[in-house]
Design a protein around this ligand. Structure first.
Ligand SMILES: [Zn+2]
Length: 256
C-alpha cells in the first residue's frame, strides 16, 4: 500500500469513529492527498468517498460552498486573507457536516496573519476542519505547530524492517543500545505500521493480509494518540535521545 493510501485509510478510520480533529498540519505538500481528504471528510459515503455525490462533485469542480482554499497572493498569505478565512469559518455550513479551510504553503503566512490565526486554531469553530499544508515544518511558527496535529508521509515500505518479536522485545526492555540512530528510525517505522494495522483491525478494516499488529492493550483513542506521538518521535529521530524516547513510547503503548 502506498504511503498516501495509508493516510487516507487513517482518516477513514477517524471518520468512521467521528473523531477527526479540527486542526492539522500536513507536511510534505502533496496536494492531491489533501484533495482526497477534503472529499472524504464531507462525503455522504460512510467509508471513504464516492466521487459521485453532490459534495464530491463540488470538490472536483472547485465550487464547494463549504470549502475555502487559501494560497499565497502572490508571495505571501496576508492578514486580510486570514481575516476573510476566519469569517468563512464562523458562518454556518451550507450543506456539509464540516466547513473546510485549507491553507496551502502555510510557511508563507506573514507573522501578522499567523498571529491573527492563532486564536482560531485554539478555539476553532464547531464542525470545522482546518488543514495547513507545508513542505517543511521548520518554516512554520512554533505557536501554530503546537496547536495542530501533524500528519507526515512517514514511510514508503509496508514490509516491516524489524520482526514483530524483535520489536516487542525492544519495547519490553526499554533499551535500544547506543549510537544506532538509523536502526532506531527503522524500528519506529515498523512500529508505526503495526500500530496503524491495529487501528485498522479495531475499526474493521482488516481486509488485507499484510495486516499484522502488535495486539496492544490500548483502546482506540489511546492508539490514535500513540500513533500521533510515534509520528512526532519519528520525525525527530535524527536528534532525539533514543532511550528516553523509547521509554516514552513504551509508556504510551503500555508495554511491560
Ligand atoms: Zn461523495
Amino acid at each position: 500500500m502506498k504511503p498516501e493510501e495509508k493516510i487516507i485509510d487513517y482518516f477513514t478510520v477517524l471518520k468512521s469513529r467521528e473523531i477527526i480533529g479540527s486542526s492539522y498540519i500536513f507536511i510534505g505538500g502533496q496536494f492531491l492527498i489533501i484533495n482526497r481528504l477534503i472529499k472524504l471528510i464531507n462525503c455522504a459515503e460512510n467509508s471513504q468517498f464516492c466521487n459521485q455525490c453532490w459534495s464530491c462533485k463540488r470538490v472536483d469542480d472547485g465550487h464547494h460552498p463549504d470549502l475555502l482554499v487559501v494560497e499565497p497572493d502572490p508571495i505571501n498569505i496576508k492578514f486580510n486573507q486570514i481575516r476573510e478565512a476566519i469569517r468563512f469559518l464562523s458562518r454556518r455550513s451550507f450543506y456539509s457536516p464540516k466547513k473546510i479551510l485549507i491553507i496551502k504553503d502555510a510557511q508563507k503566512l506573514t507573522d501578522q496573519a499567523a498571529n491573527l490565526f492563532l486564536k482560531t486554531l485554539e478555539e476553532s469553530p464547531k464542525n470545522s476542519f482546518i488543514g495547513l499544508v507545508c513542505s517543511k515544518l521548520e518554516d512554520i511558527l512554533p505557536t501554530i505547530i503546537s496547536r495542530c496535529r501533524k500528519i507526515y508521509l512517514p514511510y514508503s515500505k509496508v514490509k516491516l524492517a524489524k520482526s514483530k518479536e524483535k520489536i516487542k522485545s525492544i519495547l519490553r526492555s526499554g533499551y535500544f543500545g547506543p549510537g544506532k540512530r538509523k536502526d532506531f528510525s527503522l524500528f519506529l517505522e515498523s512500529l508505526i505500521i503495526l500500530l496503524h494495522n491495529q487501528l485498522k483491525n479495531d475499526a474493521g478494516y482488516n481486509n488485507n493480509h499484510e495486516a499484522d499488529s502488535l495486539t496492544l492493550d490500548l483502546n482506540f483513542k489511546e492508539a490514535v494518540i500513540a500513533l500521533e506521538d510515534l509520528f512526532k518521535v519519528y520525525n525527530a529521530a535524527g536528534t532525539v535521545n533514543i532511550n528516553l524516547a523509547l521509554n516514552l513510547i513504551k509508556m504510551r503503548l503500555r508495554c511491560n
